[in-house]
Design a protein around this ligand. Structure first.
Ligand code: AMP
Length: 128
């Protein structure tokens, strides 16, 4: 069982942003930038392009809604999107508020306190 399945099942805590019957969005615990959010299909599939076409399309539609809310709730120039999955073998879309190219490079990390994570998750979900 992946760490993200445990999060979806509530066995591991997360800073939840949004959820529907097929997807779960929450803040990345080691963010590139404030507001770095992960969008995960509840079905545990390893690789993005192994998703069936319908789930893939729905994941993009759900991610778009979250990205629009992040852009309203978190100061940034735009939202970057990336799918990697080398660390956690459960499909997840990274949505990252960008100020500069480095923000999408998974090199520069920001350290946030629990209260900051909570405030950011609320700022995003309030804009959904
Ligand atoms: P990757 O699989 O390379 O796309 O990276 C996995 C991402 O998941 C990283 O950005 C991690 O910081 C993030 N991550 C891993 N465990 C957790 C967790 N328990 N809560 C939130 N984010 C996590």
């Amino acid at each position: 069982m992946s760490v993200f399945t445990k999060i979806i099942n509530g066995e591991i805590p997360s800073y939840k942003v949004a959820e529907n019957e097929k997807f779960y969005a929450f803040l990345d615990i080691n963010p590139n930038a404030k507001g770095h959010t992960l969008v995960v299909p509840k079905e545990e599939v390893n690789k993005l392009f192994d998703l069936d076409e319908e789930t893939f399309n729905e994941l993009m539609i759900f991610s778009r809604k979250i990205a629009i809310a992040i852009e309203k709730g978190v100061p940034c120039k735009r939202i970057g999107m990336s799918v990697i999955g080398l660390e956690v073998p459960h499909v997840h879309v990274h949505l990252i508020p960008l100020q500069a190219m480095e923000d999408i490079q998974f090199i520069k990390k920001v350290k946030l306190q629990p209260e900051e994570f909570e405030a950011i998750a609320k700022a995003i979900s309030d804009n959904l």
